[in-house]
Design a protein around this ligand. Sequence first.
Ligand code: URA
Length: 283
Amino acid sequence: MAADIRSAARALLSWYVEAGVDEAILASPVNRLRPAAKPAQAPSPRPAAPPPANRAPAAPVPRPAAAVPRAPQAELDRPAEAARVAARTAGSLDELKQVLEGFEGCGLKVTATNTVFADGVAGADVMVIGEAPGADEDRQGKPFVGVSGQLLDRMLASIGLSRAESVYITNILPWRPPGNRQPTPAEIATCIPFVERHIELAAPKLLMFAGGTSAKSLMGRKEGITRLRGTWMDWPLPNSGGTIPALATYHPAYLLRTPGQKASAWKDLLALRRRLDEVVKAV
Ligand code: URA
């Protein structure tokens, strides 16, 4: 009997590992069978209430964690519209953080430990936009604090910049996709209005997109990062008609896996430094 239970437990754990579950992120169990967050709930500036503590954990139901649903465009647009309305209510970065923490229109929030908003100097001349929090960022509630964040810090330092003094950092997604899977188009579409408002409110002079997800989703482009990197683009401010110069480069996590591309990333960093010097001189 005990052997049966052990073998069933081993089988369940193996299934979790195969499905991409690579860590237990909470100290206490969460009932994942609770009715899911309503996709297009009206925005609320207040943080969401914590889940009831006295509910018994339900038995886990096997679900393929890495399935990427493809929704019709109208389905993609509904939570995105709620996000757009919510994001517009924020008149400052602090308000935007609160609005985001209270937003229930993105399912990623259910499995995330923290809403990862930003790090660095709000109002800095350079704003870096990555893809999504990983496990370290989810735990600490700050973007780019894991190994790829350490490389990002070294990249910035190589051109005299740092998050302590001169750079503001955020991501396209404020919540970690479970198992670090690729975010779906619907998740990106829902989060983009918050990033757009984030850029508007932070008002950087230059944008640096770290990786293809960031560059493609903010520029509405289909090309891969190899094509998009290294050429200045104009990111259109959604409400003012103005633009902000934006440069895409390789994501630090990609550079860790593919160090041969560091030479190209170095060229991008030098281009960023040159443009920053011009912009600062012109003021
Ligand atoms: N990768 C990202 O794109 N963002 C982070 O915050 C961490 C890793």
